[in-house]
Design a protein. Structure first.
Length: 556
């Protein structure tokens, strides 16, 4: 192997990605760590450069092509021919082989001694290097470990399937034990969803933890049909129907707790993609204070939901916790003195003292039809799971104007946009002005792990975007990764919000068909609106979340 002398720090200084002072500071920090950290790692931690910037410059300097490791079809038989410790030490993975070369992806192209150890294993052919990102390589090594760990139960399922008279609907079958293993692992990780996805060669099982998917199992394709059929039996779905989407539901007792699972299947190129939403009935009885509302927002929201009539809208994209906020609000105001009716699609959680109604489009029982019937039920509070059309929106407005408190959701990116969306749907501005109480826009962001969070410096580009909101010399924290958080650095999620309250001045603007920027500007001026990014920065400065999480879910 030809060794090239490359001083990473000098290279980055030459390319003006960092200054000489930043390099000297990073070298001093590296020395303080007794050189347990690589220089590139220190530069990234200090926020001077990103991993992609380092990879790009090394690729150009060394003449090594960059590869997106996720776009490569890995040959696990080829990988299995190499000792695992040799590959991990070199931070390298063989990605393919032909008559001339063995092609190796590595995130450390300057680790010549470790790469030469890999080359000695090859013996008969030279190696050709490709450059990959460090985080991607760590994920690939984790996937290899997953495949090794699940091989035993996969073999048991394959043996069972090959036997004559095999029945997948037995509760004692290996397939059912595999399903229980998948579900239990997901619940132990505090996952919200389980995704079972076939491709051309294997089946991947991923779980969504704190809003991010993580792969936990990889199986051979031979056991997929048995796995899919047994799950569909659990959800009372048609196991012979594989050409169209199906929805179902089942429950299961895990770790002495009862969990509901909302099941969805959809046909894909290589089979049905199966998603199971995990519903823990004990988790929904949240109080408003548990959501993560800061004092000012909490006081405003508690005041709004105790209004006698009007519309309160919760907005945000799918998966932003809107339903949880609605349930927490209803949980706060429900009582024997109030009649609370909800119309939902589907009903995810059951609330005491609340009459819940399921939409059934097949028989014509839509949100609009349910809402019309509610007005003859003498309710005090109405919750409409989602406003999807003009009919439902108009009925909600009429219900609020006739003395009912109405909660619902819309899909908008921020709170002021909800007013524009209502106008676009066809509701007259004067009706919006008379009926709307407040709009709450929200996102869920990942919390730092309390066991491993450390002080860090965000990338200078991020700081430049939010500098006008920051105090002098701000201090930020992020999780380093530890066994308590599964080495992710995160533990749980918290809400960041913006609340647009409607008073007489804002109502006049809405009636005059003002645009969302004029409404937001006036509301900020009179203290009835604070942008979501401010709420996020408050939490970041308290060490609850890293700055990157705010920028991931807001536009800054």
């Amino acid at each position: 192997m030809i060794k090239q002398v490359v001083r990473l720090g000098d290279l980055l200084v030459d390319k003006r990605l960092i200054t000489q002072e930043q390099l000297m500071h990073a070298l001093a920090l590296q020395k303080e760590s007794n050189f347990t950290k690589k220089l590139g790692e220190v530069l990234i931690i200090e926020g001077y450069v990103t991993a992609r910037e380092i990879a790009r410059e090394l690729s150009n300097q060394l003449g090594i092509e960059f590869v997106d490791i996720y776009g490569v079809e890995l040959d696990f038989k080829l990988i299995g021919r190499y000792p695992g410790h040799v590959l991990e030490n070199a931070e390298a993975i063989p990605i393919r082989e032909d008559d001339e070369y063995v092609y190796i992806a590595t995130s450390n192209p300057l680790g010549y001694d470790a790469l030469e150890a890999v080359e000695r294993v090859v013996i008969s052919k030279p190696i050709k290097l490709f450059l990959a990102l460090d985080e991607d390589m760590r994920n690939i090594f984790a996937r290899i470990a997953i495949i090794r760990n699940t091989k035993t139960i996969a073999e048991e399922v394959k043996r069972e399937i090959s036997q004559e008279g095999y029945k997948s609907d037995s509760d004692e079958s290996a397939v059912m034990r595999l399903i229980r293993l998948i579900v239990q692992d997901a619940i132990n990780r505090k996952a919200s969803d389980i995704h079972i996805e076939p491709d051309a060669h294997e089946v991947s099982v991923r779980v969504r933890v704190d809003g991010v998917l993580h792969e936990i199992f990889v199986f051979e394709l031979t056991i997929y049909n048995a796995l899919a059929s047994r799950i569909k039996i659990l959800g009372n779905l048609d196991i012979s129907e594989r050409r169209k989407a199906q929805d179902g539901r089942f429950d299961m007792e895990i770790n002495k707790g009862k969990y509901d699972f909302r099941l969805s299947t959809t046909p894909t190129l290589f089979g049905e993609s199966i998603v199971m939403r995990i519903l823990d009935q004990q988790k929904i009885l949240l109080k408003l204070g548990d959501l993560g509302l800061e004092n000012e927002n909490l006081e405003a929201f508690e005041s709004i939901i105790r209004s006698p009539h009007g519309i309160i809208l919760i907005t945000g994209p799918t998966g932003s916790g809107k339903t949880t906020t609605l349930y927490a609000a209803l949980n706060e105001i429900k009582s024997l003195e109030n009649k609370v009716l909800t119309v939902e699609d589907p009903i995810e959680y059951q609330l005491p003292l609340v009459q819940q109604v399921q939409v059934n489009e097949k028989v014509g029982f839509s949100f609009f039809a349910a809402l019309k019937s509610f007005l003859r039920q003498d309710p005090d509070v109405i919750m409409v799971g989602e406003i999807r059309d003009m009919e439902t929106l108009s009925a909600a407005a009429q219900a609020s104007l006739t003395g009912h408190l109405v909660f619902s959701t819309l899909h908008t990116n921020d709170a002021p946009s909800a007013i524009s969306r209502m106008v676009q749907m066809g509701l007259e501005p004067y009706l919006i002005a008379d009926s709307l109480l407040a709009v709450v826009a929200q996102r869920l962001v990942r919390r730092n792990c309390d066991y491993c969070k450390i002080e860090y410096k965000p990338h200078h580009n991020l700081l430049r975007q939010v500098h006008e909101y920051l105090p002098e010399n701000p201090i930020f924290f992020k999780g380093r990764g530890c066994p308590k958080c599964g080495m992710s650095g995160f533990s749980g999620r918290i809400m960041i919000v913006e609340i647009l309250q409607i008073n007489h001045a804002i109502s006049q603007l809405i009636s005059s068909n003002a645009n969302k920027f004029e409404i937001a500007s006036k509301a900020k001026e009179i203290g009835l609106f604070t942008p979501m990014i401010r709420d996020g920065l408050q939490k970041a400065l308290k060490g609850i979340i890293p700055l990157e999480e705010i920028m991931r879910v807001t536009r800054g």
